[in-house]
Unconditional design. Structure first.
Length: 437
């Protein structure tokens, strides 16, 4: 998977970018998202990447001590085995809420240090707090800030009372950003409402690893491992298990069926906030033989799980967090020729419309009914092929081409006066690569 370099891997020495990406979440343990795909593929094209991340899951780890240690992870790769990315995790106070307060000090220092030592050509910001700190650090510098939005960040704040403050911070960051990249049209509308300049806001959709998520993946070993018969209809969900994922409601609908009439099995890959609830419900409702909780799986194994399924699911609640987003898994489901049953969310509707392999439901609990309609109509393969055709051009090479070009343009517009414009690719520092750890 990682052994073949992308077609633009032979980058001219003078075109190499040094890119600092800063985010408020865990780069290493959390699922692979847009930023992982883009960063690793850009790295394989010859660009230097440094990540500053946050140990978001510290409360569920075995970590001890009131103050964490600064950590440096070298040669990190999540998707492309040849990727060579360093990750720095600054210190935090291991106290709920105070962990974020401590970031105001420790992350401010780390960001300032890496701006001096790593000397990035461009900074990519991902989330609220670190975006705010990066914007302040870049105030007197000519290094541009590109904000990448995958979700409505202010709505993701767990404490509702803090969300108005989050909106103020997000608005300030978006107004100050040199470029804003979003992954769908609904998020572009959101970013502009929050203050982003329309002319500086660009939609770059999620991509698909067409070699990994291909036609000829065999899911039979997954079925055998979990005791799923050849004739069973498998509904599949993967990803972080939020309480608003809609899966608890699906289990309740499955429990209402007579076991002799229950013709489907539910296969769930992932972990998260709702895992314990799902485990409890499965036991309470007597669905142990019908619901498989496979836990978190390696990224390279995911195609086998999708291949083992018949219909894929995104039955999330229609809330402020989910309304405008389009998860990467939608494209991966569809690339493998699977129809998707999804809640009628604004962002999904704008992205996929009707008759493109996505079957719409109004409420999470309607997932089972819609799945049985497809089974009874015999249209699973027809809808699956429509899904495959719709996303056939969404390959990562094209996505990374667009992302790379935006970064080049942003660097050039920030650093070069119009009458002294230079080649847009001449963005490297004369110094050799430094070890930031």
């Amino acid at each position: 998977m990682g052994g073949v370099r992308p077609r633009n891997a032979l980058v001219r020495q003078e075109s190499r970018m040094r890119i600092l990406l800063v985010q408020d979440t865990d780069w290493i343990s959390r699922n692979a998202h847009q930023q992982h795909h883009v960063a690793e593929r850009l790295n394989l094209r010859g660009h230097d990447f440094l990540i500053i991340d946050h140990d978001l899951l510290w409360q569920s780890s075995d970590a001890t001590g009131l103050l964490s240690k600064r950590q440096v992870f070298d040669n990190v790769s999540k998707i492309m085995s040849d990727a060579d990315i360093n990750v720095i995790r600054p210190r935090i106070l291991r106290v709920p809420f105070l962990d974020y307060v401590s970031m105001l000090v420790t992350y401010r220092r780390e960001i300032a240090a890496q701006l001096r030592e790593f000397r990035p050509d461009v900074v990519i910001g991902m989330y609220l707090l670190t975006n705010y700190l990066v914007l302040g650090a870049l105030k007197r510098m000519r290094t541009p800030l590109v904000v990448l939005i995958l979700e409505p960040n202010s709505e993701m704040i767990p404490l509702r009372v803090l969300r108005p403050i989050g909106k103020i911070i997000e608005s300030r960051v978006l107004r100050g950003a040199d470029r804003v990249i979003v992954i769908n049209e609904a998020l572009r509308d959101y970013a502009i409402r929050m203050g982003a300049c329309p002319e500086k806001t660009r939609v770059i959709r999620a991509g698909i690893d067409t070699e990994l998520f291909g036609r000829n993946v065999d899911g039979s070993s997954v079925r055998q491992h979990y005791g799923i018969g050849e004739c069973d209809i498998v509904l599949f969900f993967m990803g972080w298990l939020y309480h608003f994922s809609g899966l608890p409601e699906l289990l309740e609908e499955m429990a209402k069926c007579n076991r002799a009439d229950l013709a489907v099995k539910l296969l769930i890959v992932g972990d998260g906030d709702a895992l314990e609830e799902l485990q409890r419900k499965r036991a309470e409702l007597g669905l142990e033989d019908y619901v498989v909780l496979a836990g978190k799986q390696p990224y390279e194994k995911i195609p086998e799980f999708i291949a083992a399924s018949d219909i894929c699911l995104l039955p999330a609640h229609d809330n402020a967090i989910m309304r405008d987003i389009v998860p990467i898994k939608m494209y991966e489901y569809m690339a493998m020729g699977k129809p998707v049953i999804a809640t009628r969310l604004h962002g999904l509707l704008r992205e996929f419309g009707d008759d493109n392999g996505v079957l719409w439901i109004d409420q999470s609990k309607d997932s089972l009914k819609k799945a049985m309609e497809l089974v009874n109509e015999g249209t699973i393969k027809t809808h699956g092929e429509a899904a495959r055709q719709f996303v056939r051009t969404n390959d990562w090479a094209t996505v990374v081409d667009e992302f790379e070009q935006v970064l080049y343009e942003c660097i050039e517009s920030k650093r070069s006066p119009p009458h002294h414009a230079r080649d847009a690719h001449d963005v490297s520092h004369p110094s050799k690569k430094q070890n930031s750890g």
